[in-house]
Design a protein around this ligand. Sequence first.
Ligand code: F6P
Length: 320
Amino acid sequence: MKKIGVVTAGGDAPGMNAAIRSVVRSAIYNGLKVVGFERGYAGLIEGQIRHMGPRSVSGIINLGGTILKTVRCREIKTPEGIEKAVEVLKTTGVDGLITIGGDGTFRGASELYKASGTPMIGIPATIDNDVAGTDTTIGFDTAVNTALSAIDKIRDTATSHERIFVVEVMGRKRGFLALEVGFAGGAEVILVPEIKFDADKICERLIRAREEGKTSEIIVMAEGVGNSRQVADWIAKRTGYEVRLTVLGYIQRGGVPTARSRALASEFGHHAVELLLSGEKKRMVGIRKGEITSIDLDRSWKEEKKLDLKRHKLAEILSQ
Ligand code: F6P
């Protein structure tokens, strides 16, 4: 192994830059050359390459987004796209590729491995935390804290005006972000796609809470549940209370990565290089019960990660 590539793909996540820095410097420390493929798999297919020296990653550990840029690339899902990417990997002469992203990124990497035989190591980075084989992903902690600080501010108005606030958070089809934000934010209700909710029961709970002395409530709703406008309107109609909706949106994807996101990215990047050096062909790095580990790359996107239902129940108990 003499030369490796690194690419960020799919949605950006805070801490991706810390992961690039770690990959580049760990590789150079071990005598490897590194090239960065720009603009995700789209740039890889087009051969957009950047040579990465140790100084190319200076001053980025604290930056959100990704200096290599990223694209949601459809072409990598086609046989033609894979063929072009394999050709670029060959002409660039990389002996291994480190892909930083989510399950879609790893699916692409698995296809690339099948077609090229080039070793592929995945580093999980997504605010959704919806990747099997790792307890948490790069960017998740930052997104949780960003959403949390927004909710803390919203609570001021909720309390002052005695309102119910529905706060929609991201997470794609899963409720990991909503659950963590709702749990830490003391939300009265947490709506996630994994748990079917009974709208009548929720309204009854809200009414009972008011009768028992509560004067405001926060409902954290994962985007994967459905139309938050409809949910807010329905609750207003059914309960008669004042309800407002806030959709947090892309502020959750950006910003300065937290210490946890940076540290995780630094550990993951280093371990990914070590896996390539030890001859691994297709793995995804992860953290489980505090330990840096790895699983087969295919499992990371074929298996479904379970939501902690006990945590959801506990959030409900504690928000009475
Ligand atoms: O995967 C991260 C994420 O922000 C999801 O939470 C969200 O559903 C999606 O990306 C939005 O995708 P896009 O950036 O393509 O609009």
